[in-house]
Design a protein around this ligand. Structure first.
Ligand code: URP
Ligand code: ZN
Ligand code: ZN
Ligand code: ZN
Length: 463
């Protein structure tokens, strides 16, 4: 006996149709216009959209950063993901300088063990080449374990930032391994000069964080990262691209180098300096993340780039800190832990402002939030509703109106970046590997049921 999802509208990246979906154990058995339900448990999806579960490829759970640790661990973070319709995440393991990639991997697997509630994978952030370039040799072992993307930070000097030589060598090795390089593209050295000068002038309030990190600093690094990738033949994925100038660099590069991909994040599409950071109060520290909020004029170009394919993915860069943690930076914006919560609201916000407003189609929504992430990051079992794939299935109610509130959220922060917003469209039921884990919007699964996803090395989907 399987589970039969009946009477719904199946929405995939390719198209929408009335169809039933049969789940057998952890996998999808069949998708067809009408499947006989006499032997199966029926889930009625009348009026609902049936989509592949969301994949958030950019999260920071239980991560030491800015002198503290991000507020969601693997339990709260992945429950929040599931309730929001996301059934897989790719989190970042960080290499500590002077230590191996293997140590970083073990550290992050230990964080997730017994806690992860949906399936998860890891990118590996490289911060140190090690003695005689030992890290480069370790990359092969990482790929063999299913960690097939490497993250490099061009920002955060003295903490995570690498130089161009290191980036180039990692890209060369990644190209040979068919791995993908994910880049935080900002000119960290120039930004740090501006930050120091602002603080010396007494500009210490949260909004100066945004003014200290210019769109140009992001655009310059975007250009440089893609140019170096092109020199090596490595597939490159720019994370959290936030503004029109960086977008222009990406578009230009894509004309001659097709292995250049990028994501944007929910917050850059709907929040702005003008609306959230006018420079009036400490409360704006909630919106201190990196890259920072941009001027509103950047939003429509980002939406257009999602629609025309210049941008491939919408992730969250979920890196939550409570207001108490944010208070570490009172009197000095550079000490405010950088990051915001968003894992729970990605699909609601993208549906409401993307699909409901006609900026993207429901099919493109599925592509951006699930199918493209699976393809680009080598998650061969995920991202599609096809026989043999994992039964990670989202039953989406496009009519449900929902008011976003910190008071009722699963994320561990005491605020929400979209507080009080009423959106239309919400996750109703969610299956993860065939198991109903969210019912009527409530988490009902077991803690620790999530599994590590070993990913294929496919050069960002180009191999
Ligand atoms: O502000 C952010 N984004 N914090 C997390 C680290 C990063 O740069 O993604
Ligand atoms: Zn970043
Ligand atoms: Zn300002
Ligand atoms: Zn990030």
């Amino acid at each position: 006996m399987g589970i039969l999802i009946q009477n719904g509208t199946v929405v995939t990246a390719e198209g929408s149709r009335r169809a039933d979906v049969l789940i057998d154990g952890e996998r999808i058995e069949q998708v067809a216009p009408r499947i006989d339900g006499s032997e199966h448990r029926i889930v009625d999806a009348e009026g609902l959209l049936v989509m592949p579960g969301g994949i958030d490829v950019h999260t920071h759970l239980d991560m030491p950063f800015g002198g503290t640790v991000s507020a969601d661990d693997y339990r709260t973070g992945t429950i929040a993901a599931a309730v929001g319709g996301t059934t897989s995440v790719i989190d970042f393991a960080l290499q500590s300088r002077g230590h191996s990639l293997a140590e970083a991997l073990e550290t992050w697997l230990a964080k997730s063990r017994g806690k992860a509630c949906v399936d998860y994978s890891l990118h590996m952030a490289i911060t140190d080449l090690g003695a005689d370039g030992a890290t480069l040799d370790e990359m092969e072992a990482m790929v063999a374990t299913g960690v097939t993307s490497f993250k490099l930070f061009m920002a955060y000097p003295n903490v995570l930032m690498i130089d161009d030589g290191l980036m180039f060598r990692v890209m060369q090795r990644a190209a040979a391994l068919n791995a993908l390089c994910c880049i935080h593209a900002e000119n960290g050295s120039a930004i740090d000069v501006v930050v120091a000068q602002m603080l010396a002038e007494g500009k210490t309030a949260p909004h100066f964080h945004a003014h200290s990190r210019s769109a140009k600093a992001e655009a310059e690094a975007t250009h440089r990262a893609i140019a170096l990738a092109e020199m090596t033949g490595c597939a490159v994925y720019i994370v959290h691209l936030s503004n029109e100038e960086a977008l222009r660099e990406l578009k230009h590069a894509q004309r001659h180098y097709d292995r250049a991909l990028a994501e944007t994040c929910t917050q850059y599409l709907v929040l702005s300096i003008e609306d959230q950071m006018p420079g009036e109060s400490w409360d704006e520290s909630k919106f201190v993340f990196t890259p920072p909020l941009r001027e509103k004029k950047n939003q429509e170009p980002l939406w257009r780039a999602l629609d025309d394919g210049t941008l491939s993915v919408v992730s969250t860069d979920h890196c939550p800190f409570t207001t108490e943690q944010k208070a570490m930076g009172r009197g000095d914006f550079s000490k405010i832990p950088n990051g915001g919560p968003g894992i729970e609201n990605r699909l609601q916000v993208l549906w409401n402002f993307g699909v409901n407003s006609g900026r993207i189609s429901p099919e493109r929504f599925v592509e951006l939030t699930s199918t493209a992430p699976a393809r680009i990051f080598g998650m061969t079992q995920k991202g599609e509703l096809k026989p043999g794939k994992d039964a990670d299935i989202l039953l989406w109610d496009p009519k449900q109106r929902y008011t976003i509130q910190a008071a009722t959220q699963c994320m561990a922060t005491d605020y929400n970046m979209f507080e009080g917003w009423t959106v239309q469209g919400n996750a109703k039921h969610v299956f993860s590997r065939g198991e109903l884990v969210v019912e009527d919007g409530n988490w009902i699964g077991e803690t620790g049921r999530g599994r590590f996803i070993a990913r294929a090395a496919n050069a960002g989907g180009f191999a």
